[in-house]
Design a protein around this ligand. Structure first.
Ligand code: ADP
Ligand code: MG
Length: 394
């Protein structure tokens, strides 16, 4: 990696400000329902503590729209982090100003302090220079470990790097290494699986992947647009009529580049979009007029799994069907098992795809589960993410 990491600088005895992504889901009682994002930052925090740094953590949570909102306080996160670290985590009720300055001032080496939600200040999302300078004044070194927001030029992600040495944390490093390999130096055979609801969400990714992969597998709702583009009657399936031309040009592009583009040959259709719908498996040229395709069929699942067997690199983003309903989850589950069984380097991104991997319980057999949905998509599109660009080069 050509970006500096925490291992490339001396942090001993220094105040280190770490931008993390603690945008965790909370229930209505303010209880954290999934602490994956907190766990993901432990390697960086533990490394810094081991090196005798004083660790100041900053994050956003939810969309408080630039003013303090009690439901979006990070204080429950401080408690959960303390449990996970087995160590006291101090908390300051603001991320800048006298309270933050006092708590950071008292902070000693080998201590951890979490500051309140950055987005309680509208300046954060505006990348306000004065606000970024205030945050920077709290520390001597800046670490970006918030891959999930690195596609946003916010004050704590981009602006702050103008005032402090800026390096990547361990989570950020892992993301850049795995996604970077998929974008810049893929091993072959390289197979990408793209699914989800709509083609329009992932046009950029599909276009860029077509220039790199050997095989592109399409599933989910977006497959219906590709099927319709080839002249199949898709019934009441989700089809983006305004993207038919685009789907045709992507199919042509795949052909021109010698990329094997796999589309469903059979689908699970339902008479309504509901868990208790009537459903059956049909060939793609037999979709009944009043029915909708909500999953790939068993023949397609087998073909997709077979296409993954020899892969050396697999990138997966987007489920194969409406996996939230068990009746339409089989295709996504089959693909999850096939990705997990493969010896390839496997990279999975996207909130719903990760949920599917967890539902099947094969997380351990995936090389890298990306923590950033939008950020990993933009990375795979080949875009330069402002938060990564702003990290100092080696
Ligand atoms: P990710 O979060 O992994 O990037 P997306 O958000 O793009 O994935 O897509 C996931 C959504 O796509 C799920 O809510 C799923 O129900 C929906 N979906 C998948 N297949 C279909 C389909 N055939 N028809 C309608 N919606 C679908
Ligand atoms: Mg999603």
């Amino acid at each position: 990696m050509d970006k500096k990491t925490i291992r490339d600088i001396n942090v001993s005895g220094k105040k280190v400000l770490v931008r993390v992504d603690y945008n965790v889901p909370l229930d209505k009682n303010g209880k954290i329902t999934d602490d994956t994002r907190i766990r993901a930052t432990l390697p960086t925090i533990e490394y810094l503590l081991e090196k005798n740094a004083a660790v100041v953590l900053v994050s956003h949570l939810g969309r408080p729209k630039g003013a303090p909102v009690p439901e979006y306080s990070l204080s429950p996160v401080a408690k959960r982090l303390a449990e996970l670290l087995g160590k006291e985590v101090l908390f300051a009720g603001d991320c800048v100003g006298p309270q933050a300055e006092a708590k950071v001032g008292e902070l000693k080496a080998d201590q951890v302090l979490l500051l309140e939600n950055l987005r309680f200040h509208s300046e954060e999302e505006k990348n306000n220079a004065e606000f970024a300078a205030k945050l920077a004044s709290l520390a001597e070194v800046y670490v970006n470990d918030a891959f999930g927001v690195s596609h946003r030029a916010h004050a704590s992600v981009e602006g702050i790097t103008k005032y402090l040495p800026a390096v990547a944390g361990m989570l950020m490093e892992k993301e850049i290494n795995f996604l970077g390999q998929a974008v810049s130096s893929p091993v072959h055979p390289y197979v990408a699986i793209i699914g989800g609801a709509k083609v329009s969400d992932k046009i950029g990714v599909i276009g860029n992947l077509l220039t790199k992969v050997d095989t592109l597998i399409i599933g989910g709702g977006m497959a219906n647009t590709f099927l319709a583009a080839q002249g199949y009657a898709a019934g009441k399936s989700l089809v983006e009529e305004d993207k038919l031309e685009l789907a045709r040009s992507l199919i042509a592009d795949a052909k021109k580049r010698g990329v094997s583009l796999l589309l469903p040959t059979d689908v699970v259709v339902a008479d309504k979009f509901a868990a208790e719908a009537d459903s059956k498996v049909v060939k793609v040229d037999e979709i009944p007029q009043e029915w909708m395709a909500l999953d790939i069929g068993p023949d397609t699942s087998k073909a997709y799994a077979a296409a993954l067997v020899d892969a050396k690199l697999i990138v997966w983003n987007g489920p194969m069907g409406v996996f939230e309903m068990d009746t339409f989850a089989k295709g996504t589950e089959a693909v999850a098992h096939a990705v997990a069984a493969s010896k390839a380097v496997s990279v999975v991104g996207g909130g719903d795809s990760i949920a599917a991997i967890e539902k099947v319980g094969v997380q351990k057999n995936i090389s890298h589960i990306s923590t950033g949905g939008g950020a990993s998509l933009e990375f795979l599109e080949g875009k330069v993410l402002p938060g990564i660009a702003a990290i100092n080069d080696k």
